[in-house]
Design a protein around this ligand. Sequence first.
Ligand SMILES: Cc1cc2nc3c(=O)[nH]c(=O)nc-3n(C[C@H](O)[C@H](O)[C@H](O)COP(=O)(O)OP(=O)(O)OC[C@H]3O[C@@H](n4cnc5c(N)ncnc54)[C@H](O)[C@@H]3O)c2cc1C
Length: 604
Amino acid sequence: MGELRRNIIDADFCVVGGGMAGMLAAIAAARHGVKTVLMHDRPVLGGNASSEIRMWISGAGTRVPYLQETGIMEEIALENMYRNPARNFSVWDSILYEKVRFEPNITLLLNCACCQAKMNGDSIAEVTGFQLTTYTWQTVRAKLFADCSGDSILAPLSDAETRKGREAKSEFNEEFGLEKADPYTMGMSLMLQCRETDHPVAYTPPSWAYKFTTDEEMHNKPHTMLKDLNTNFYWIELGGMQDSIHDTETVRDELLKIAFGCWDHMKNHGDHGADNWDLEWVGFLPGKRESLRYVGDYTLTQNDVEAGKAFDDEVAYGGWQIDNHLPGGFFMDGQAGGHLLKRRLTEAYGIPFRSLYSRNVANLMFAGRNLSASHIAFASARVMGTCGIMGQAVGTAASVAIKYGLMPRETGRLHIREIQTLLQEDDCFLPHIPRAISEICKDAKWFSSGDTSALLNGIDRTYGGVDNGYFGKLNIPIVCTFPEKRRVSSFRLVVDSDLEREYMEGNPNLMKIPMPLFFAASYEHTSFGFPTCVLKEFTIDILDDNGEWKTVFEATDNIMRLISGKIDAETTAVRLVPKATWHSSRLYHTYGSGKCHIFAFEVK
Ligand SMILES: Cc1cc2nc3c(=O)[nH]c(=O)nc-3n(C[C@H](O)[C@H](O)[C@H](O)COP(=O)(O)OP(=O)(O)OC[C@H]3O[C@@H](n4cnc5c(N)ncnc54)[C@H](O)[C@@H]3O)c2cc1C
């Protein structure tokens, strides 16, 4: 009892850090057959999106229409919308937990902080973390590693090259670059969660909280917004001029004084519409915006981001605005958002695979806040939808690297198309690269009640002003016939999941965010919806030798956008019979009664 133990795990791929980037890297690799370990230092997954921090996930699609992240990001969002209508953070935590914990190829090490590494030449041979709950040193030996810790913990342990702070204009020729580089970063924040009640609620602040008696002392931060519901307390921010790793504990103490002081101001100093509001929760773990960034073979810049640049090795994309917080944080003067430097983007930019592996440590990849980007490009790419799809790209790339026994750089050079194809098949959108269509579908003939051509155009969402979907009637099959008998091994179906969340009850800006921090202003609105256009019931049938349709796959309660499955038969025809959506009257109004909307139906 009580002694420290040691444990060694052998794996193909080890991911450090279980934020959205690390989770998706681990899940993607594991689903492609890679023996994976995810080492995460907290009890709950999701990083800044977890119940410990409660930052809301946004991404390219929150700003630019139809760029909502799909793949595992949308899978998680749909599951959460379906199972968590009250948007409860414990339910959210449980969904993230089960996605990883019950994925057969993942060993999940929670409460385990990575703090040592051993090198073998220019590669990492093993990493070790201390698991607080078991008093055990957990060592993971693996062929490939991905650092998704946000703080780039493997950089000091492996001597991987990193950059920190804000670059000079001269370095990348960026408009928002500084005249002279400095080491400052965006700060970290503690979030507040509050809820409106039907009666006045008093509040007594702690004696150690700051006293802000006037709006000026609040530095004019937006604090009369409780009914606005489309904002949060992101501006309780500090630490940009300190060290975002080593000073975290002292910055946290200051943030707590500010957080409780702000709530005191809203409740007790002036009318901020907060009389009936109660403080529900205050975070004690600062959410970090920026620490170290790795240097990869390519460094993404402001110019790439603003040009909507396409890369041959595109594996993810961004589209969130350049959202650069100036280092002064809360104490900077300025009106609402005065400490931000923003510029909206109008289209997606590609994130190249070369920005997701280390320039000098051969078997090290990274995703999320760790990516290889300038400070200004990072200011756009740092949002969690974007971090998540970077993670899925890294996990998928790891599976291809393991398959060929190669390091990330060679894998990208020799097999980038394979990585991209796997990502696209898994419903990850690559805005500048069309998805290849299955060979056996190309000379097939299609019959149905609607126009089936969109099913095979390689774009599985409404995009660029084009719907790209098939509209058809429920119970009318979509039939695919081949010129002669073919072996069919699997099907792939992508249905409309309302990426814009425009057919759901409530504020669409909030609907796009899986876990909005604020509950609506009244009790009536504490339940959120599920996208009713999702195809709930359908069958996949094949034509047998007697000329009869035989069902090989049946869904009765589907909640997913991407559905794929095995068929394994020789046949001359396959059909999809859409039977029911999770419809509502609003959907009927928009789509017409008894209709469905499908972006892809293919067999291989
Ligand atoms: C206050 C605030 C507001 C923001 N606003 C938004 C917003 O509105 N929308 C949005 O999408 N994004 C927002 N962001 C940005 C976003 O939250 C981050 O950029 C994002 O969380 C990065 O995701 P990640 O997976 O790369 O890293 P993180 O979410 O930081 O996750 C990394 C995880 O790794 C773990 N870890 C660290 N070190 C170790 C170690 N040594 N061993 C094991 N595990 C380790 C950490 O505990 C952490 O959970 C905001 C950030 C902050 C702080």
